[in-house]
Design a protein around this ligand. Structure first.
Ligand code: DUC
Ligand code: ZN
Ligand code: ZN
Ligand code: ZN
Length: 488
């Protein structure tokens, strides 16, 4: 494997700038970006003329080897990452699920799961209950373990969901640590009621999943999370924004100056819910994820929000189950494991849907698939940029070639693909991860253990000005009234 690589003559794209240049890589690091770089022997030269040379994708939202809904996702850190690399994504951030509420046990479990990694990865951590121990452990995660983001579930009543009181506690704790609070925003109590209602009505199939948790419940929880984060002046990251309802809450908050980040996922951008009404259970069940994929119209609106900056970066929520696992819910949609694929498809689908259609520029593509994620989670410019000194995580995309998606050729272990049969323009022809060519000529060359854990430090740009805002708030409080003990 060549440790010296020269990418010749491509259009090098960063989030704010593009120009024709060569890129020279040595030992996993970008050491030069300029025109006409001359090299000696022993350098692998790749001609990128007429193609885009861009930072590898960073997926802010994945679930690999996750135990969930009575089973475990079929993609682990190796197969999920193989899929990612074949599709031009060179880093992902996965959600650690605590073990019996213990953050450190969860962390240790995920360190083991991630040992077979063939590309770089980072961790967020889910908070599924709240007490003094959890609060103390959060500190350890931030200070020693390289985790700077925590996700709270407002849904999954009875298992992962936490109350508003604890949500506020969690937001405050995150803020005090310089960590970013994230939410899965759906009203879990209302979802629970909606599910019961569907079963009572005799709607037990996958369509019941969509009907039981409509956009209003996502909008309500998104609004609530935003207002509670505002109440304690904490930045907030809303994962998988799936509906107009949720998006509009984010738009409103951002307009008022609140630090809210909205993450659409590929499935929400490009799919609609019609397949959930397919008469074949499997055809419908493969689309079951939460929040649900919405009715036609929501996706287009989310695309527009991404193009205008109301939403900032695209994830996948890659969380795959095969047909046998999906069949756990054959008699009751509540038991269908929630999740869809996307790690391998994200870059191509965002390119085709957003860039080829003219909704965003090529530089914006880099921003929403890579750079913004790196900035938010504080790993820029090591990641998310083609700059001297950055990690050599790079893709070459040929805008004149095309892609076609199928479970027959994809690298995920799932036997289905929610994007089956989709074709589009633009193809990731080369992926370089950690300075090695891992995808070329439609072939993967990956080694378990090559992937590195990327520690993420607290206090990103979202925290700028927070202390000042807090002190202004305190000084704005009207003086308390001094009352005498008299009662009349
Ligand atoms: N939604 C999913 O579809 N899968 C994993 C967890 C989640 O919130
Ligand atoms: Zn320049
Ligand atoms: Zn979620
Ligand atoms: Zn998720």
């Amino acid at each position: 494997v060549a440790s010296k690589i020269l990418l010749k003559g491509g259009t090098v794209v960063n989030a704010h700038h593009q120009e024709v240049a060569d890129v020279y890589i040595e030992d996993g690091i970008i050491v030069a970006v300029q025109s006409n770089i001359l090299v000696g022997d022993g350098v692998k030269i790749i001609d990128a003329t007429g193609k885009y040379v861009m930072p590898g994708g960073i997926d802010p939202h994945t679930h690999l080897a996750m135990e969930f809904m009575g089973t475990e996702t079929i993609d682990d850190f190796f197969s999920g990452q193989a899929a990612a690399l074949a599709g031009g994504t060179t880093m992902h951030i996965d959600f650690i699920i605590p073990v019996n509420g213990s953050l450190s046990a969860g962390y240790e479990a995920y360190v083991k799961k991630a040992k077979k990694s063939c590309m770089d990865y980072g961790f967020h951590m889910a908070i599924t209950k709240w007490d003094e121990t959890v609060s103390r452990e959060m500190e350890i995660m931030v200070k020693d373990k390289g985790i700077n983001s925590f996700k709270f579930f407002m849904a999954y009543k009875g298992s992962l969901m936490i109350s508003d009181e604890l949500l506020i506690e969690g937001f405050k704790k995150c803020k005090s640590l310089g960590a970013l609070a994230m939410v899965h925003a759906e009203n879990g109590d209302a979802v629970f009621e909606g599910q019961k209602r569907m079963i009572e009505l005799g709607i037990t199939g996958p369509e019941g999943h969509a009907l039981s948790r409509p956009p209003a419940l996502e909008g309500e929880a998104t609004s609530r999370a935003i207002r509670l984060a505002g109440f304690v002046n904490s930045p907030l990251y809303v994962v998988h924004v799936m509906s107009i309802d949720a998006m509009e809450e984010i738009a409103k908050a951002r307009k008022s100056g609140q630090k809210v980040i909205g993450e659409p996922v590929v499935s929400g951008l490009v799919l609609d819910d019609s397949a959930l009404w397919d008469p074949h259970f499997q055809t419908a069940a493969k689309y079951v994820m939460s929040p649900p994929i919405r009715a036609p119209g929501h996706g287009k609106a989310l695309q527009a929000a991404l193009s205008t900056g109301v939403l900032q970066l695209v994830g996948t929520d890659h969380c795959t189950f095969n047909s046998t696992q999906k069949a756990l819910g054959i008699d009751d949609f509540r038991k269908i494991p929630n999740g869809v694929n996307g790690l391998e498809e994200r870059m191509h689908l965002v390119w085709d849907t957003m860039v080829v259609s003219g909704q965003i520029s090529v530089t914006d593509f880099v921003r929403v698939t890579s750079t913004e994620c790196a900035r938010i989670f504080n790993i820029y410019p090591r990641k998310g940029a083609i700059l001297v000194g950055s990690d050599a995580d790079i893709i070459i995309l040929n805008p004149n070639s095309s892609f076609e998606i199928s479970s027959k050729t994809h690298h995920s272990r799932t036997d289905t693909n929610v994007y089956e049969g989709r074709k589009g323009k633009g193809k990731v022809e080369v992926t370089i991860a950690g300075g090695k060519v891992v995808w070329e000529n439609d072939e993967l060359k990956i080694v378990p253990g090559d992937g590195k854990y990327v520690k993420m430090a607290p206090f990103n740009y979202l925290f700028d000005g927070i202390e000042k805002a807090d002190s202004e708030y305190l000084s704005s409080l009207r003086a308390p009234v001094i009352r005498s003990k008299q009662t009349s």
